[in-house]
Write a protein that binds this ligand. Structure first.
Ligand SMILES: *[C@@H]1O[C@H](CO)[C@@H](O)[C@H](O)[C@H]1NC(C)=O
Ligand SMILES: *[C@@H]1O[C@H](CO)[C@@H](O)[C@H](O)[C@H]1NC(C)=O
Length: 374
């Protein structure tokens, strides 16, 4: 704001300077015309122009000096949260901070096929260069696209030929499943994932819907933050609730998998402002992608942005958030508390896998309701 204002002021002053120098030059010209006694011929026109240019240059350098001396004052008025966030996730300028990647990304032949560089785009986005610049080229499509796409959001397999595998070590969904069956590339395996109740850390969708219905709070639209291959959105689809999923393609084709299930993948990293307007969703779920590995300040901004997109009375579901037990008590619970949400559910439990035991980690599953109005 301050910057825009001072830029406008500067433009205005420059405009006035131009007018002033023109008047000056007119005066100069007329004065030379009025003094025929002068032994010398009137200075040729280029000198007049040069004079004008000198004046303009002097004005500009004067203004620049003024601007520079004003800068320290301006700096002190930059909101501290802007400085903090720029440090966490440089805004736009981070594209310039990675010229080698950006130049590579923008090197292509207009109106021809884009280079096959989705990995490059991913790298730029994860470095905070997002949105990426647009390009005037055609992105590559799979050579033999599938003739039919699954209607069911929990198909037993996903069509390999719908994906460009160039940048992945695996060349099929089968291979990904063999590497890690929990990645969600065999969607049918996930069909009951959000419907079962094994421990207190689970919140079956049925129960979630009952809680919302009892509170007379409609659940129609949701956002799944870091939702991988979209199984939560798929489960909600079966309940006629529309959920969009933010997901990244770090080493695996998550976005394609979500889309192949007929769901909406948003290619958005955790540090980016959510591409949704204020108060437009009824539910936000943060799954395991949101965990103690995220720097605390980034988490603060994320939670506050989640709050922004949730409507009053909407729900935040923190699903299997993990951290060290002491951090949950001292750091994360107080942070979540700052949102001022109603604790509908708050369950903790030991994380019993190898790394959980080693690091003394616990899970938190919480369902929190945003105040109806503030
Ligand atoms: C979802 O909507 C369809 C079509 O309107 C309807 O037939 C179905 O019963 C609904 N399912 C649920 C779980 O409400
Ligand atoms: C969780 O882990 C802690 C520390 O390892 C242990 O003392 C506690 O009994 C465990 N709780 C449960 C419910 O297993």
């Amino acid at each position: 704001m301050g910057f825009t204002f001072s830029t406008m002021t500067l433009n205005l002053v420059l405009l006035m300077a131009m007018v002033a120098t023109n008047i000056l030059s007119l005066y100069h010209l007329s004065s030379t015309l009025q003094s025929p006694k002068s032994p010398k011929p009137p200075p040729p026109v280029p000198d007049q122009l040069l004079h004008q240019l000198h004046t303009i240059r002097a004005t500009i350098s004067h203004l620049t000096r003024l601007q520079n001396t004003h800068n320290p004052a301006q700096k002190s008025t930059i909101p501290s949260d802007l400085l903090l966030y720029s440090h966490l996730s440089p805004i736009a300028s981070s594209c310039h901070n990675h010229p080698e990647l950006l130049h590579k990304y923008m090197t292509y032949i207009p109106f021809s096929l884009c280079p096959s560089d989705s990995d490059l785009a991913e790298s730029l986005i994860l470095r905070g260069c997002h949105p990426l610049p647009r390009r005037r080229c055609f992105s590559k499509t799979p050579q033999k696209p599938p003739v039919s796409l699954p209607e069911n959001p929990f198909p037993s397999s996903l069509p390999d030929n719908a994906v460009i595998w160039d940048h992945y070590s695996c060349k099929s969904f089968d291979c990904l499943n063999k590497q890690n069956p929990n990645l969600g590339f065999e969607p049918s395996r996930d069909i009951s994932r959000f419907n079962s109740y094994k421990t207190d850390l689970d919140l079956p969708i049925q129960q979630l819907l009952q809680i919302a219905a009892a509170a007379k709070s409609a659940l129609r639209l949701g956002l799944d933050v870091g939702g991988g291959t979209g199984s939560f959105a798929a489960s909600m689809r079966l309940r006629n609730v529309t959920v969009v999923t933010t997901t990244m393609n770090v080493a695996v084709p998550n976005s394609e998998a979500v889309a192949l299930r007929g769901l909406v993948p948003l290619h958005v990293p955790l540090q980016q402002r959510l591409p949704l307007f204020d108060g437009v969703v009824d539910l936000v779920r943060c799954g395991r992608a949101v965990n103690r590995w995220i720097p605390l300040t980034v988490m603060e901004f994320l939670l506050l942005d989640v709050d922004r997109v949730l409507r009053g009375g909407g729900y935040l579901w923190v699903d299997h958030f993990f951290s060290k037990v002491v951090d949950l008590e001292k750091v994360y619970a107080p942070l979540i508390g700052k949102l001022g949400y109603k604790k509908v559910k708050w369950a903790t439990g030991n994380k019993t896998d190898a790394s959980g035991v080693k690091n003394g980690e616990v899970y938190l599953t919480a369902l929190l309701q945003k105040p109806v109005s503030r």
